[in-house]
Design a protein. Structure first.
Length: 243
């Protein structure tokens, strides 16, 4: 059986403004970040893949997440394929196998901030996700059913989709010592350069040294211009060609 590999992301115009920055600057900056991000994956992913970026406009963050979900679900069910979701503010730093047999279930990889939520003691970040062709249909069905909570949910416009993805992830029978993979989504909340204090804080927060990270996640809705500069610096110093 031939199985295709996809890396998907989204840089969509949001008509009613982004949640944190209601102007076009953040949208334009995410487009710039995506060009650097994709270049890093092309440099370091060990398996062949096709890149897809969703670009259709949506009204708000609520519809942004719904459109992304429906498009990913349709793609996965259209042919045997592995789908790796990588947000535009993520960056790969070293050779990495994304599409081997290491992960056979739907995956999230690292905590978000805050690390716990009223619905999940262990609250993982969803800007890096993996939908392997081997994941179970019941995991998809659980994710679809979770939408029924959307109307009236207190986190509907910011965070609901991440909760839904956590529900999918934690529903699976995965050994507890195999769930946390911080090197695959190293959270760079405060990393906008090489300040030793910020780097030490990130290493402690992630429980992983920066040099072991394969994917950096810059959480760029805060300080997007600085992240662009950081990504460009990394490209120039890691031999990554970009447009």
């Amino acid at each position: 059986m031939t199985v295709k590999n996809y890396i998907v992301s989204a840089v969509r115009p949001i008509r009613n403004g982004w949640h944190l920055e209601k102007n076009q600057d953040l949208y334009q900056n995410y487009g710039k970040m995506y060009s650097y991000s994709l270049a890093s994956y092309k440099k370091f992913v060990e398996e062949p893949f096709e890149a897809i970026c969703f670009t259709d406009a949506v009204d708000d963050n609520d519809n942004y997440t719904l459109e992304n979900w429906n498009t990913i679900k349709q793609l996965w069910h259209s042919e045997p394929c592995n789908i790796f979701w990588a947000g535009a503010d993520t960056f790969m730093t070293q050779p990495t196998s994304l599409f081997g047999d290491r992960f056979r279930e739907y995956r999230l990889f690292n905590y978000t901030d805050p690390r716990s939520h009223r619905e999940f003691e262990h609250h993982f970040n969803d800007d890096v996700q993996y939908y392997p062709h081997t994941m179970k249909q019941e995991t998809w069905e659980l994710g679809e059913k979770y939408w029924e909570q959307r109307e009236g949910h207190p986190d509907r416009y910011w965070g609901f989709d991440q909760l839904r993805h956590n529900a999918m992830f934690w529903s699976q029978d995965i050994p507890s010592d195999d769930r946390l993979q911080p090197h695959m989504n190293y959270m760079c909340h405060r990393v906008r350069g090489f300040d030793p204090v910020a780097l030490a804080w990130a290493n402690e927060w992630n429980k992983c040294p920066l040099q072991n990270a394969h994917i950096l996640h810059f959480c760029a809705s805060r300080g997007s211009s600085d992240v662009i500069n950081m990504m460009k610096f990394l490209c120039d110093n890691l031999g990554i060609s970009y447009e």
